[in-house]
Write a protein that binds this ligand. Structure first.
Ligand code: AMP
Length: 281
């Protein structure tokens, strides 16, 4: 595995790989890597790609007062995880490499960014689209791998790729969970032992919602109410939202018609956690 920090070296290494006949796979990350990220890297490796992983804590997707400055940056552990998962090229740029002096261009998503996390994180998805578009222009991947963990992000990126005519295929990979169901996340490191136990209630809540729908409940309000009860029962938290949405359009469903996605965002002191589950019938 090679590590590069600037755009020209990155392009050179990728051009050489492409010349040797390899497809280019790309896994964009913010570092603080865990098994969820590793699953994406392995997926690309198993597809036979020359696997490019970026580690870049993107300032434009953090709001004022969010955790940009304290976001974990354990670059040596991250590099080791990349290497052992099958990464071919690690791209770890400085902010000025992605946002050069005088930078002012942004990629603004449309209505897909209006619901779910959108209102709670103004500008977040614009920051995500902006950095992903820039990274795609640098890496020019054949396939880019994203996690279902960030379901709204994946839908928005698919739309962006179609709208801006990127020649990149988007593959969305399943959520990797801890044994108690908690979705793996870099931000889980912020949780105290007490909060860590409480955090398992997100998945329990989602499963409760899933069971209700599978037993025939079609009223989204009732499903949301039952999930809220599971979360409240586990301890104090601030629920940003619990929503039942169409997995492709992200439109909220009042009358449930599977497949649907149940999605939620919950703030425990110090950490904002998101999770989702798709219910197919
Ligand atoms: P991040 O570093 O948090 O920006 O995430 C980089 C990529 O890893 C995104 O496509 C995420 O959706 C994905 N990802 C994060 N956590 C998980 C997980 N638990 N399972 C699967 N993919 C994940």
């Amino acid at each position: 595995m090679n590590t590069v920090t600037n755009v020209s070296e990155c392009r050179q290494a990728i051009t050489a790989a492409r010349k040797s006949g390899k497809s280019i796979g790309f896994v964009p990350t913010m570092g603080g890597l865990h098994e969820g990220h590793a699953s994406l890297i392995r997926r690309s490796r198993d597809a036979g790609d020359f696997v490019v992983v970026s580690i870049f804590v993107n300032p434009t997707q953090f709001g004022a007062g969010e955790d940009f400055s304290r976001y974990p940056r354990p670059i040596e552990n991250d590099a080791a995880l990349c290497r052992s998962s099958g990464c071919s090229l690690l791209f770890n740029p400085e902010v000025s490499e992605i946002y050069p002096p005088g930078d002012e261009t942004r990629v603004r998503p449309g209505r897909l960014a209006d619901g779910m996390c959108g209102p709670f994180r103004p500008g977040h998805f614009e920051g995500v689209c902006t950095v992903v578009a820039r990274l795609f222009n640098i890496v020019q991947p054949d396939t880019a791998y994203f996690g279902q963990k960030d379901a709204q992000q994946a839908v928005i990126i698919r739309r962006m790729v179609a709208d801006l005519r990127f020649p990149t295929r988007i593959e969305v990979c399943p959520i990797v969970r801890e044994p108690d169901g908690l979705a793996m996340s870099t931000r889980n490191a912020y949780l105290s032992p007490e909060q860590r136990k409480q955090a398992a209630s997100l998945y329990r809540g989602l499963r409760t919602g899933q069971e209700l729908i599978q037993r025939g409940e079609r009223n989204a309000g009732k499903v949301v109410f039952a999930i809220r009860a599971v979360l409240d029962d586990a301890g104090p938290s601030h629920i940003d939202y619990i929503a039942v949405v169409d997995p492709e359009t992200l439109a909220e469903q009042d009358e449930i018609s599977p497949p649907v996605m149940i999605a939620l965002a919950v703030r425990l002191e110090g950490a904002r956690l998101i999770d989702n589950l798709i219910v197919t019938k």
